[in-house]
Design a protein around this ligand. Structure first.
Ligand SMILES: Cc1cc2nc3c(=O)[nH]c(=O)nc-3n(C[C@H](O)[C@H](O)[C@H](O)COP(=O)(O)OP(=O)(O)OC[C@H]3O[C@@H](n4cnc5c(N)ncnc54)[C@H](O)[C@@H]3O)c2cc1C
Length: 443
């Protein structure tokens, strides 16, 4: 019997059911359950867990922050290695590198820690997202458009391999693992026990403009958005958001621009919409606190709800995109649901490192459908399916973080990257110890 420092539950032991599901953000959960759960205390536990799984003929599922929308960490015939206790953070003042455990929550834990050192890392917008899944998928963090994928700022990682060995990987050590870990997300064939991240100096000022339009103006506003976005500098994170404001039952369309040290002039193009005079409200080039932005994200993604999400990197002329996009913004199926058309992905002109993440365009669409009870599920699913049926013909691929490949397969890597990924997987995980994607990515 393997001795672990952390906690271990078999399927028939008290506490197993809670250990298997209690840290999952989405309350809409698949029926799959692991055979056993290891809440590891340290990397040696993780290595012992991988070896135990091999001895018992099980695969290995992993959970860091528990925020994947489809609950990827719930898989049949697995040992689930839960990294909840991997919450360490350590900043090296000389290099600006911060070492983080994979269960560190980007906004709630890492950002305040780095603020104390006057440093910043582009964590996920929603403060509760775990660093593990976020970084492995690439990571659309704050100002991704200007600063790039969060994974670009990973200097190195500690990984437990499918053979149960503890290795470091970076561009110069175990470079194949490092390449695969930056973008393969839940398809990765190892357990990352620590990330070392390059931080940047903390921003000095955040400035934001918002214009709130009636949702029925979506044709005019989205048409303008698709043309005007090229006029907005890369220091601005720009989005069109369809949502229902708290306390209202009428959806609106919000044009939102946020700049990190870009200053008010960088937001000027947001005021050029031809129907700007019909805006219900506006707030132009106002200072905003990062804490307020994070609180807004927490309100938009409430705990205890049932989520359906999907997305696409869009390609095509505005005249083709508009008829597909407009129905995604109104009407919305529930009062919590929101849709986003965003300039969230790195500028295509930016140089970027070689990594598995290899599909993107410069225009991102995502829908987050939020129900309160199981009774909402069929309506939510059907609305999202309808939206994605119209949007999918204009998709060049999808971002793993907001995807559900079991429902709608899409491309997640270029053909060359996918082939390289499979070759590395065959060498690093010849026995298929890690279960891979839930659903098959398109090629
Ligand atoms: C409310 C909310 C807001 C979000 N906002 C953003 C956002 O702003 N930007 C963005 O990019 N994404 C966002 N996402 C998507 C999110 O990044 C992904 O769902 C991500 O997988 C969550 O990581 P996690 O560690 O919390 O999740 P988990 O469910 O714990 O991990 C997902 C899967 O990733 C793999 N994995 C995780 N950690 C490890 C590890 N240490 N080693 C090996 N494999 C591992 C496993 O296969 C695991 O099942 C959001 C999700 C939610 C629910």
């Amino acid at each position: 019997m393997t001795a672990f420092t952390g906690e271990f539950w078999r399927g028939d032991s008290t506490g197993f059911a809670a250990a298997a599901t209690s840290r999952l953000f989405n309350h809409r959960r698949p029926a799959a359950r692991p055979r056993a759960v290891l809440r590891a205390a340290h990397a040696a536990d993780v290595a012992a867990g991988v070896k135990l799984a091999a001895a018992e003929g099980l695969q290995v599922a992993v959970r860091s922050g528990g925020h994947s929308w489809p609950a990827w960490s719930l898989r049949e015939d697995t040992l689930l290695i839960d990294l909840a206790r991997f919450t360490g953070m350590s900043h090296e003042p000389g290099s600006g590198i911060v070492a983080v455990g994979p269960a560190v929550r980007g906004g709630l834990d890492l950002d305040p820690y780095l603020a104390g050192h006057q440093r910043f890392f582009p964590v996920g917008h929603s403060p509760t997202v775990g660093m593990g899944g976020f970084l492995l998928q690439g990571g659309i963090g704050w100002n991704c458009r200007g600063w790039g994928w969060a994974a670009e700022s990973v200097e190195s990682m500690e990984v437990v391999t499918a053979a149960g060995e503890r290795v470091r990987c970076s561009e110069t050590e175990n470079a194949d693992l490092f390449w695969a870990a930056r973008g393969s997300g839940p398809g990765f064939f190892g357990v990352v026990t620590e990330f070392r991240l390059r931080t940047r100096p903390r921003f000095r000022a955040l400035t934001r403009s918002t214009y709130v339009y009636p949702a029925e103006l979506a044709p005019e506003v989205l048409s303008w958005y698709l043309a005007a976005r090229s006029e907005v500098p890369p220091t601005v994170e720009l989005a069109a958001v369809g949502c229902t404001p708290p306390g209202s039952d009428t959806p609106v369309l919000i044009i939102d621009g946020l700049t990190f040290d870009g200053g008010p002039a960088s937001l000027a193009a947001l005021g050029t919409c031809p129907v700007v005079g019909k805006a219900l409200a506006s707030s132009v080039a106002q200072p905003v606190d990062f804490a307020d932005l994070q609180a807004e994200q927490l309100r938009a993604n409430p705990e205890g709800h049932r989520y359906f999400a999907d997305n696409a990197f869009l390609t095509g002329a505005p005249s083709q995109l508009l008829p597909a996009l407009i129905p995604a913004f109104t009407p919305l199926p529930t009062d919590r649901t929101f849709t986003v058309l965003g300039d969230f992905t790195p500028l295509l002109s930016r140089p970027r490192p070689e990594m598995a993440l290899s599909v993107q365009t410069d225009l991102y669409f995502a829908a987050y459908v939020i129900g309160a009870s199981a009774g909402d599920d069929a309506r939510c699913r059907s609305w999202l399916d309808g939206v994605m049926d119209r949007v999918a013909p204009h998709s060049a691929g999808c971002y793993l973080g907001d995807s559900d490949l079991a429902v709608r397969p899409d491309r997640i890597m270029s053909a060359a990257a996918w082939s390289k990924f499979q070759q590395i997987a065959a060498i690093r995980d010849p026995d298929g110890r890690f279960p891979g994607y839930l659903g098959t990515p398109l090629q």
